[in-house]
Design a protein around this ligand. Structure first.
Ligand SMILES: [Zn+2]
Ligand SMILES: [Zn+2]
Length: 263
């Protein structure tokens, strides 16, 4: 088995183990570095890198701390969902191979329920708390005060105690070990990482040869002119720049997307 170091403070190792075992990889957790220094969910530290940069940085730190050739870092983000509906949880897993000199970044995303409430009276808790899913932990905020990873009973106690001093903010704790929904997205990202690692450049065998870049130009169904709709995807090798296009077979764009038919 190849030892693979995963930098995590929040117990995500079991979420990756099964997906990566077929590679002969033994994923183990590395602690000893405060990942919150790179930015954290509850907002105590400002972020100064993109999610992908953060995941890559963590992967390299993991390998360096553990003295392994391969390291993995993860990073999750939450943004407003498409059309402003719900919350989109995106999870990145970056894998670096320090000896071979490559990095592969996998992604998964899913709409999630990231609910929050402004609580002004204890009676409101009686309508909020019974609706919460099992195993979803909570956090409670009031000004500079913050309590995390709370069960429903603990969250109730904090809210009731702190309400004397004014309204409290009650939220889902979205850190991975507190959120079953997020754990599911991280599992999907691990499967995506496995698939990307399997795809090697036909020219130089570097992993991560993945059809990521959309190619526009799908012909209009009415006039046949190229549109901005994707006609396929391009894979590019990060090492030797070899490229391969995978075009959708047949298919036409809706004329609604055509700048000639529907300018
Ligand atoms: Zn290549
Ligand atoms: Zn057209």
């Amino acid at each position: 088995m190849q030892p693979v170091a995963f930098l995590t403070q929040h117990g995500k190792v079991p979420l990756l183990v099964d997906a990566l075992a077929p590679l002969g990889w033994q994923v183990f957790g590395v602690t000893g570095f405060d990942t919150d220094l790179l930015g954290s969910f509850a907002g105590e530290q400002p972020r100064f890198m993109t999610a992908a940069e953060c995941a890559l940085r963590k992967a390299a730190i993991a390998a360096e701390l553990a003295g392994t050739a391969i390291g993995i870092g993860s990073e999750g983000s939450f943004t407003a969902g498409p059309y402003g509906l719900g919350t989109l949880n995106q999870e990145l897993l970056c894998c670096v191979h320090l000896d071979e000199g490559w990095a592969v970044t996998a992604r998964a995303q899913q709409l999630c329920t990231a609910r929050s409430w402004q609580v002004t009276a204890a009676t409101e808790l009686e309508t909020i708390l019974p609706t919460l899913p099992n195993q979803q932990l909570l956090l409670v905020k009031q000004g500079p005060r913050l309590a995390k990873a709370l069960s429903v009973a603990q969250a109730r106690r904090h809210c009731v105690d702190w309400l004397d001093a004014g309204p409290v903010q009650l939220e889902y704790d979205l850190r991975a070990h507190c959120s079953p929904e997020r754990q599911q997205v991280i599992r999907l990202a691990a499967e995506n990482l496995y698939q990307r690692l399997q795809r090697r450049c036909p020219h130089c065998q570097t992993p991560g040869f993945w059809p990521e870049q959309a190619l526009s130009g799908l012909p209009c169904a009415d006039c046949g002119q190229p549109t901005q709709q994707a006609r396929g995807h391009r894979a590019s090798c990060q090492r030797c720049d070899y490229q391969q296009d995978q075009l959708h077979s047949g298919g036409y764009a809706d004329p609604a997307y055509c700048q000639y038919c529907n300018p």
